[in-house]
Design a protein around this ligand. Structure first.
Ligand code: PHE
Length: 358
């Protein structure tokens, strides 16, 4: 091969290197391409090996031509290697390496209000329409407000009816929302209409229908001509509005020291429709609204003259009502942080349909 032919051959190889590299985007592939050009058996490598075939006086020049071609080829190959490495780093830093933008996105569940909160807000709205104000009281309550002001003196056996959490400071975790009755009478005097939703606590053994932490909505109406039919009519309207369907009520006598007479207003079980299930202990009824006419002693303790005013009070079982509305069969799921049963019952949207089979 003449010197002229040699340099033509080298130009051809350079061109091949440039075009061949464009197709390669893996480091390994570039490396083996490199050895097919520059390696001992490579296209340029072989030319170098054959230098000794040239007459000695030409060898210097031949060597120069080949070495400069070799350096050029090496530079192009290195540049391509750098490029591939840079691209890989860039991809990684954008997280593109393990993100496939064509895959459908994951759906994060949206947060929502707790079922008890939803029913509470609904009840507040209903009562606000009736002209009630919404009152609150402390969860850590004095013995006086939780018991004495409600006609439950220290030696009264009714104190045992409500298993009380006593605190080291002599106060209690309120066992019901009824202490707000006294607070409201002191605050507003008569006439008055309030509800007081809130958390209550009792020392209970937990099971599907007992929790040590639950919600009630206290109601208190005091005016000049208040009677039991007012209470029953209001109870029915309220429960139907919350359940969004016709409900049946059953009224039984009940005993609470702060009302006289005392009533238990039961609702037909909304889980089984009244045919009997585990939730209603196979009776078809659930105790939802203990109530009664406010005891004269309680009015008096609140600074209201029982000869001029009468009133009714109730202690709606808000937790139980929320369970009925959303078909939640086990009270423990409401506080235990496992969202699955709650989310599931909310998805069904509004009142759960009666499941006759259970
Ligand atoms: N406070 C009573 C309880 O929790 C319920 C109640 C409230 C009864 C108001 C009558 C009137 O057991």
């Amino acid at each position: 091969m003449t010197l002229d032919e040699l340099s033509k051959q080298l130009t051809k190889i350079e061109l091949q290197v440039a075009t061949g590299l464009r197709e390669l985007d893996q480091i390994d592939a570039v490396r083996s391409f490199e050895s097919s050009v520059l390696g001992k058996q490579g296209s340029i490598g072989l030319l170098l090996k054959n230098i000794r075939d040239y007459p000695p006086e030409e060898r210097g020049q031949v060597g120069q031509v080949i070495n400069s071609a070799k350096a050029k080829a090496k530079a192009i190959i290195d540049a391509r290697l750098n490029e591939i490495q840079r691209e890989a780093v860039e991809k990684e830093s954008q997280g593109a390496s393990d993100v496939d933008p064509t895959l459908p996105g994951g759906v994060e569940p949206l947060g929502s209000l707790h079922p008890v909160t939803m029913v509470q807000l609904e009840i507040e709205r209903i009562f606000e329409r009736f002209g009630f104000t919404v009152e609150t009281g402390p969860e850590m309550e004095s013995e006086f407000h939780n018991f004495d002001a409600l006609n439950i003196p220290a030696d009264h056996p009714a104190r045992d009816m409500q298993d009380t959490f006593w605190l080291n400071n002599g106060q209690v975790l309120r066992t019901h929302t009824s202490p707000v009755q006294h607070r409201a009478m002191k605050k507003f005097g008569a006439p008055l209409r309030i509800i007081a939703p809130g958390r209550c606590f009792r020392y209970e053994t937990l099971d599907a229908s007992h929790e040590n932490t639950f919600h009630q909505v206290e109601g208190l109406v005091i005016d000049r001509e208040i009677s039991i039919p007012n209470l029953i009519a209001m109870s029915k309207a309220l429960l139907q509005e919350v359940m969004q369907r016709e409900v049946k009520l059953r009224v039984r006598p009940g005993f609470f020291p702060f009302v006289e007479p005392g009533l238990e207003i039961d609702m037909n079980c909304q889980i089984c429709g009244g045919s009997g299930c585990a939730t209603c202990k196979h009776s078809g009824w659930v105790e939802i609204l203990p109530a009664g006419m406010v005891h004269p002693e309680v009015l008096r303790a609140g600074g209201i003259d029982p000869d001029q005013y009468s009133g009714f009070a109730f202690g709606l079982g808000l937790t139980r009502l929320a369970m009925m509305k959303y078909g939640i069969r086990d009270i423990r799921v409401l506080n235990n942080g496992d969202l699955r049963p709650i989310v599931c019952s909310q998805r069904l949207g509004g009142p759960i349909l009666v499941n006759k089979a259970s």
